[in-house]
Design a protein around this ligand. Structure first.
Ligand code: HH2
Length: 287
C-alpha cells in the first residue's frame, strides 16, 4: 500500500459544489448515514419515525458529520425495490425539516422523480447507487446546483452478489465512472458538482473490494471528489467474523485506509469514531 503522502495528493483548491454549500476537499469529509427504512427503524407511527430520523440527524451533526445522506430504499444485497410513493413518504418530510441547516443534506435514491422532489425540498446532493442510469436521472438534477454522487454497481441489488465478475476490477470500475462523468457533463453537470464512488460491496467479491481499496488512489486526480462507503459492510464481516452492529472498529479502520488512499468523503454510520480516527490521521499527516 502506498504511503499516506504518496497517494493523497489533493490540490488545496479542490472543492465540491453542493447546492448553496461549497465543500473544500483538502480535509476528508464525513457523510453520516440516515436510513429511513423500516428495517433500520422499528415499528411506530409516521410522526414517531420522523422524530427518530430528526434525532439521528442532530446526533450525527453533533458528532461531526459534514454531510447527511438520507435514504428510503435499502440497497443491501437481496433487497426488494421500494415503490416511489413509499420512498417519498419515508424521506421527504425529514428532508424538508433538515434542509437549510448547518450541513448539506444528500438524498440517496435511484428515482428521477424523487431526485427532483428532493432538490425542490432543499436537498444539496443526490447520491445514486445506480449511477444515474435511469432515464431522466441526469436531467432531474442538471438544472439545479446540487452535487451528485455517481456510484458503480455491477448488476442490481436483488442479484448483484450472485456472481460478480471482472477482468481488472479497478480499471473496469474506473472506466465506467469516467464514462458516467462524461455523460453527466454532457447533460450540463460540471465536474465541480460530481463525486465518484467505486461502490464497495455492490456486485463485488471480497477480493474485488480489497483491490479497489488498495487502488483507490487511481480514482483521484480527475477533478471529482472521491467518495468511499465501507461502513459496516459485509466485507468487514467476512474479515472480522462480526455482525453489522459490531463492525465499528473495522469500519473506522476501513475509512482511515480509504482516506489514506485518497478518498475525500467517507460515508459512515459511526461518525464520532470516524471523526476521531481522521483527526489523528490529519495530525500525523500535517494536513
Ligand atoms: N452504500 C449503501 C447505500 N448507499 N451510496 C454510496 N454512494 N456509496 C455506498 O457505498 C453506499 C451508498 C449501502 O449501505 P447502507 O446505507 O448502510 O445500507 P442500506 O442500503 O441497506 O440501507
Amino acid at each position: 500500500m502506498n504511503s499516506p503522502h504518496a497517494s493523497r495528493v489533493t490540490p488545496h483548491d479542490l472543492y465540491l459544489r453542493c447546492g448553496r454549500y461549497t465543500l473544500p476537499l483538502k480535509r476528508p469529509l464525513i457523510m453520516g448515514i440516515i436510513n429511513a427504512t423500516p428495517d433500520s427503524f422499528s415499528d411506530g407511527g409516521e410522526f414517531f419515525k420522523l422524530n427518530q430520523i430528526l434525532t439521528r440527524a442532530e446526533a450525527l451533526i453533533a458528532e461531526g458529520a459534514d454531510i447527511l445522506d438520507i435514504g428510503g430504499e435499502s440497497t443491501r444485497p437481496g433487497a426488494a425495490p421500494v415503490p416511489l410513493d413509499e420512498e417519498r413518504r419515508r424521506v421527504l418530510p425529514a428532508l424538508e425539516k433538515l434542509a437549510g441547516g448547518r450541513v448539506p443534506v444528500s438524498i440517496d435514491t435511484q428515482k428521477p422523480e424523487l431526485m427532483r422532489e428532493a432538490i425542490a425540498a432543499g436537498a444539496s446532493m443526490v447520491n445514486d447507487v445506480n449511477g444515474f442510469r435511469a432515464t431522466g436521472a441526469f436531467e432531474a438534477v442538471a438544472a439545479s446546483n446540487a452535487a451528485i454522487c455517481i456510484m458503480h454497481m455491477q448488476g442490481e441489488p436483488r442479484s448483484m452478489q450472485a456472481n460478480p465478475n471482472y477482468g481488472d476490477v479497478t480499471a473496469e470500475v474506473r472506466s465506467y465512472l469516467m464514462e458516467r462523468v462524461r455523460a453527466a457533463e454532457a447533460a450540463g453537470i460540471a465536474r465541480e458538482r460530481i463525486a465518484i464512488d467505486p461502490g464497495f460491496g455492490f456486485g463485488k467479491t471480497l477480493a474485488h473490494n480489497l483491490a479497489l481499496l488498495r487502488e483507490l488512489g487511481k480514482f483521484g486526480g480527475v477533478g471529482c471528489a472521491v467518495l468511499a462507503g465501507l461502513s459496516r459492510k459485509s466485507m468487514l464481516g467476512t474479515i472480522t467474523g462480526r455482525d453489522p452492529a459490531a463492525r465499528v472498529h473495522a469500519s473506522v479502520a476501513a475509512a482511515l485506509l480509504a482516506v489514506q488512499q485518497g478518498a475525500h468523503i467517507v460515508r459512515v454510520h459511526d461518525v464520532s469514531a470516524t471523526r476521531d480516527a481522521l483527526a489523528v490521521w490529519r495530525a500525523v499527516s500535517g494536513d
